[in-house]
Design a protein around this ligand. Structure first.
Ligand code: NAP
Ligand code: ZN
Ligand code: ZN
Length: 347
């Protein structure tokens, strides 16, 4: 057992504090990773604040992890000491159900093992990446291509794959009009990836304050959702809408922006239900869908795609002591566009 430094949430209402977590001994198929950077995903905030239900406190969150391999088990073949690697939102799955066999471990019918707040095979609660080291089964560890800057790589492991997967599934590409709702951590990656796939991208943000950035990330249009005229101008326009908003929005208003057979995919995960009027769907045979992260093979494909296309997240690196302040800024939509913890400041 390895005891390592971490940041932990003691409860839903207290700030994160310095703590330690236990990592299991490196098993035959395990990799020990010395973590360099950990991204701050809005899901970390939803989780520690109890938005989604009961939490096993104290809890260390973080599922955008990048670092180097420092030890491998005897049977490890996929990674070697010194390799630059990443870990995303899951660290295991049953590997036997139809979805796991299809490479869709995120949809494991037995439930995947989350990087934090899940019950691990040994019965302990998994603890996430706001910590100096983690031990992970080799099959759930990704190779990070050399051309992706080390400090920018971490957010790809959640924000990158969560937007890449639905964009690929619903075939964003040349001739397709894609809208991205909310330009935070996920949203800015959705814009960059959809544009790189060849789609025509429109950003729907609360205000026009980030318009220049959105256009620089590859969008051709940028509209404020606070302006009611936006919903008239853009009615029946899009093939695909990716909703990344962390809070409740009027989903029917966004559905009205889909053209015939268009799909609105919500990846944003507000605690409240998103009520849908069926008539919002009837009008143009529209679909309302959800999507959860991506499989391991698809995550590797996304990393390689981003490396080839020179796509990287925009990050603001912070020390461990600034995490609580960063959480408040994310909650105010004051993020440009992902906070990443320099884990050296935890050593
Ligand atoms: P984020 O950085 O906070 O971005 C969310 C964006 O939504 C904000 O930047 C803001 O964009 C917009 N927004 C926030 N509050 C709003 C409100 N009240 N009304 C309208 N727009 C609002 O969060 P994130 O890390 O990208 O995560 C976004 C959501 O995705 C979270 O709910 C998270 O839990 C979820 N998530 C889901 C998955 C999955 O697998 N499905 C994976 C990761 C995250 P503008 O300033 O541009 O308006
Ligand atoms: Zn996440
Ligand atoms: Zn499974």
């Amino acid at each position: 057992m390895l005891t390592v430094n971490a940041l932990a949430a003691p409860s839903a209402t207290e700030p994160l504090v310095r703590a330690t977590v236990e990592r299991r001994d490196v098993g035959p198929r395990d990799v020990l990773i010395e973590i360099s950077y950990a991204g701050i995903c809005h899901s970390d905030i939803h989780t520690v604040r109890g938005d989604w239900g009961p939490v096993p406190y104290p809890l260390t969150v973080g599922h955008e992890i990048v670092g180097h391999v420092t030890e491998v088990g005897a049977e490890v073949t996929k990674h070697a000491v010194g390799d630059r690697v990443g870990v995303g939102c899951m660290v295991n799955s049953c590997r036997d159900c139809a979805n796991c066999r299809a490479g869709q471990e995120q949809y494991c019918v037995a439930g995947n093992t989350g990087t934090y707040a899940s019950v691990d095979r040994d019965g302990t609660v998994t603890q996430g990446g706001y910590s100096t080291h983690v031990v992970v089964d080799q099959d759930f560890v990704l190779r990070v291509p050399a051309s992706i800057a080390h400090e920018a790589a971490a957010p790809l492991l959640c924000a990158g794959i969560t937007t890449y997967s639905p964009l690929a599934h619903w075939k964003a590409g040349p001739g397709k009009k894609v809208a991205v709702v909310g330009m935070g951590g996920l949203g800015h990656m959705a814009v960059k990836i959809a544009a790189a796939m060849g789609a025509e991208v429109t950003v729907l943000s609360q205000t026009l304050s980030k318009k220049d950035d959105g256009l620089a990330f590859g969008a051709t249009d940028y509209y404020a959702t606070s302006d009611p005229a936006t919903f008239e101008t853009l009615a029946n326009s899009f093939d695909l809408i990716i909703n990344t908003v962390s809070a409740l929005v009027d989903i029917n208003a966004y559905l009205s922006l889909l053209r015939l057979d268009g799909t609105l995919v919500s990846v944003g995960a507000p605690p409240e239900p998103l009520p849908v009027q069926v008539f919002s769907l009837f009008g143009a045979r529209r679909s309302f869908a959800g999507s959860s992260i991506g499989g391991i093979a698809e995550t590797q494909e996304m990393l390689d795609f981003c490396a080839e296309r020179g796509i990287a997240p925009e990050v603001e690196i912070i020390s461990a002591d600034r995490v609580n302040e960063a959480y408040e800024r994310v909650l105010k939509s004051d993020v440009r566009y992902r906070f990443v913890i320099d884990v050296d400041t935890l050593r």
